[in-house]
Write a protein that binds this ligand. Structure first.
Ligand code: ZN
Length: 696
């Protein structure tokens, strides 16, 4: 759109710009950041033809515009909203707006239509068209100044210090409007003293100091550069006396002070695989000793296998340890695996499941802190920063999901929008009103929301850049659809399980073909689920985890039932953290339907308690290709000798019980006794036709 080559400008003998070169692509917002007197306004005035350069060239879409008059430059599609607004206070708002097209002879209808467009962009001006501009508030005056520039429908809008002297709230409003204007296809060059604000509103930025470009790059990268933050973005405070005036003027960016933007603090401390292995051995030895001394379950377990903590001398010795299973947890209800006194327990979480079948896990404060720390690491890996707004659409409560996402969000310093699951209307409203940039949910919920966003025509009004989804398998097709309908959002699969802290035990990286897992918090083994023998790296098998520093409920060789494989090579993304493939499925037949974990045994249980039913059943799960919605049908037999007339009553009771106990709605079909196939071996009862295409 705009190319500037080697531009120099002098005021008399004083040089204001020195060899400035920059390039602004079409359709983006580029920020020009620098202190007072750095040359920002000079550059804009030179582009507009107000100042004459002493050297260098300016091109607009390939056409040289250096030294053209301001009027001609405006006609070519460039407009400036100047610093200090420069309105005519004695003229009305309408008259000021019309000045933006003073030298274009517009038809009356066209003029009215453009004014209407401006009122659409700037709703506060709607009832003020006849008011004198001088009587408006500062924010409204800024809107008139921007509106005046936009009246000429510029291809390139130069915005000089739009937030100068305005309150944070008004500045927020203005930046929302600027984002809308950019979405409308106008390219914007944004000049701002408030560096953090400018960087977060742009895709690319140039830093100007003493008339020279001193740095440039992706705005996000510049924001995250610790050196730059100290120089440009720090807010002046007792603890940060060196911060420049720039940051101090960034009143609206108090949020930036919450946390260090330097996200490397969440990254692991080890530098190579050897250091990691040494750390893991120490963690394993501590865990085995701690579990043996603190937990009666583990003591019995190890005694039974004739293992003593001292037997663990190298990592490979882990194979001497017995496995722990979900059944062990259920049997130990209500506080299985507990290895610390109750005084040290600050929280419990539980998995979903029928009463008495829940897996309950205890946490010490350190466990909670560790979880928050590595969850933040996962967010960082997905590129989430303190400037993000994370809409959390997973369950809050006794299960781990919501609180995990929340902890990590607070740790990284982003803004949480804790909505919880469901509630599509509210989700949509918040996506629009709060401009959430990250959406966290299950894969099904993400798909459901993607469709709602599409149906309601909200794609252009929301700002979701990343979707972090977990707890469910998802196909490539489903991922593609979610991303498309969300306007190209980037998807990240987040693994996790309640037993192992909760969600966030790893994260898909920017390469999008693996999960990095936190090898400094737990060991991962892959075993053959039938022989229970360890499998070599690269082979698919059951994931078995052993925690390295979990206090309240350590896991030792816990069989997760998840099927995955370790990917042995380092990732091209540069992270040193080990990795596994996305979860392919489960070894047992638990299935997830609309975000609810359902064990066939629960259905078994319900069916057997409804009078008039036989014990055989089938569950059919399908996914509507068009809508992507999941459907579940339970097929049951009526009991031997039960009259046909009772079928409606039986159907209603079964539907009611399933809804009550499993919290899902299903279709019910009652067939005659003996209609369902039987086999001496375990019958297949679950027919999951939802995932057709490749998973990994
Ligand atoms: Zn990676």
């Amino acid at each position: 759109m705009l190319k500037i080559e080697n531009l120099s400008v002098h005021y008399g003998p004083a040089q204001a710009l020195d060899g400035v070169t920059l390039d602004i692509a079409k359709g983006g917002t580029v920020a020009l950041v620098g202190a007072n007197g750095a040359g920002k306004s000079t550059l804009l005035k030179t582009i507009m033809g107000v100042l004459r350069p002493s050297a260098g060239q300016i091109y607009l879409e390939g056409e040289k515009i250096t030294r053209l008059s301001s009027t001609r430059i405006v006609r070519k599609g460039v407009a400036l909203s100047p610093e200090g607004r420069e309105l005519f206070g004695e003229l009305t708002v309408r008259e000021n707006l019309c000045l933006g097209v003073a030298n274009q002879r517009l038809e009356r209808a066209e003029l009215e239509s453009r004014i209407a467009t401006m009122l659409n962009y700037f709703p506060p001006l709607q009832n003020r068209l006849q008011q004198l501009a001088g009587t408006l508030s500062g924010g409204e005056q800024q809107m008139v100044a921007m509106g005046r520039a936009l009246m000429s429908q510029p291809r390139l809008l130069l915005l000089d210090e739009p937030s100068l002297g305005l309150s944070p709230l008004i500045t927020d409003q203005l930046f929302d409007i600027i984002r809308q204007v950019a979405r409308g296809g106008t390219t914007i060059l944004l000049v701002e003293q408030n560096a953090a604000r400018a960087l977060s509103a742009s895709q690319k930025a140039y830093l100007l100091a003493n008339g020279r470009i001193v740095d440039s790059g992706k705005s996000e990268d510049l924001l995250n550069d610790p050196q730059l933050r100290r120089t440009f973005l720090g807010a002046g405070s007792e603890n940060n006396p060196d911060a420049s005036r720039l940051g101090a003027s960034g009143l609206t960016n108090i949020r930036l002070e919450k946390n260090r933007m330097d996200q490397s603090i969440f990254q692991p401390s080890f530098r190579d695989e050897d250091e990691l292995a040494a750390h893991q051995l120490k963690g394993l030895q501590w865990t085995v000793k701690h579990a043996y001394e603190g937990s009666s379950f583990y003591r019995d377990h190890f005694d039974g296998a004739a293992i003593r903590p001292g037997d663990i001398r190298r990592l490979k010795d882990i194979e001497k340890l017995p496995f722990t299973t979900a059944e062990d947890l259920r049997d130990g209800y209500p506080f299985p695996l507990r290895a610390v006194p109750f005084e040290q327990i600050v929280r419990i979480h539980a998995s979903s499941g029928t009463t008495g079948k829940r897996k309950v896990l205890c946490y010490t404060q350190k466990d909670v802190d560790d979880w928050a720390h590595f969850f933040a690491r996962g967010y960082a890996m997905a590129g989430v920063t303190p400037l993000d707004r994370i809409q959390i659409a997973v369950g809050y409560g006794v299960w781990t999901a919501g609180l995990g996402f929340q902890l990590g969000c607070e740790k990284i310093g982003a803004m949480a929008v804790p909505v919880g699951p469901g509630n599509v209307d509210m989700q949509c409203q918040f996506l629009v009103d709060f401009q959430s940039t990250v959406f966290c949910s299950t894969a099904s919920m993400a798909l459901l929301m993607a469709e709602e966003v599409h149906h309601r025509g909200l794609a252009g009004k929301i700002n979701v850049k990343k979707i972090i989804y977990g707890s469910e398998r998802s196909s490539r097709g489903m991922r593609r659809k979610i991303s498309e309908l969300f306007g190209g959002a980037e998807l990240f699969d987040i693994p996790g399980l309640t037993e192992l802290y909760g969600p966030g035990t790893g994260m898909e990286c920017s390469q999008h073909d693996c999960i990095h897992y936190w090898g400094d918090y737990y060991l991962l083994e892959i075993i053959d689920p039938d022989t229970l023998q360890p499998l070599p790296p690269g082979e698919w098998g059951e994931m078995v985890v052993t925690t390295l520093c979990k206090e309240a409920a350590p896991l030792i060789r816990y069989r997760t039932r998840d099927i995955t494989r370790i990917i042995p090579e380092r990732c091209p993304c540069g992270s040193i953290l080990p990795r596994h493939s996305r979860i392919k499925g489960r070894t047992d037949d638990m299935f997830i339907f609309r975000g609810v974990n359902i064990y066939p045994s629960s259905i078994d249980d319900i069916v057997s308690h409804v009078p008039g039913l036989g014990s055989e059943y089938q569950v059919h799960l399908s996914r509507d290709e068009e809508s992507g919605r999941d459907a579940m049908e339970v097929v049951v037999e009526k009991g031997k000798g039960v009259e046909k007339g009772r079928i409606p009553e039986i159907t209603a009771e079964l539907s009611h019980q399933i809804k009550k106990q499993l919290l899902v709605s299903t279709a019910i079909k009652v067939v005659d006794y003996g209609d369902l196939p039987r086999s001496e071996r375990k019958s297949q009862r679950i027919f999951d036709k939802r995932i057709q295409d490749s998973i990994v």
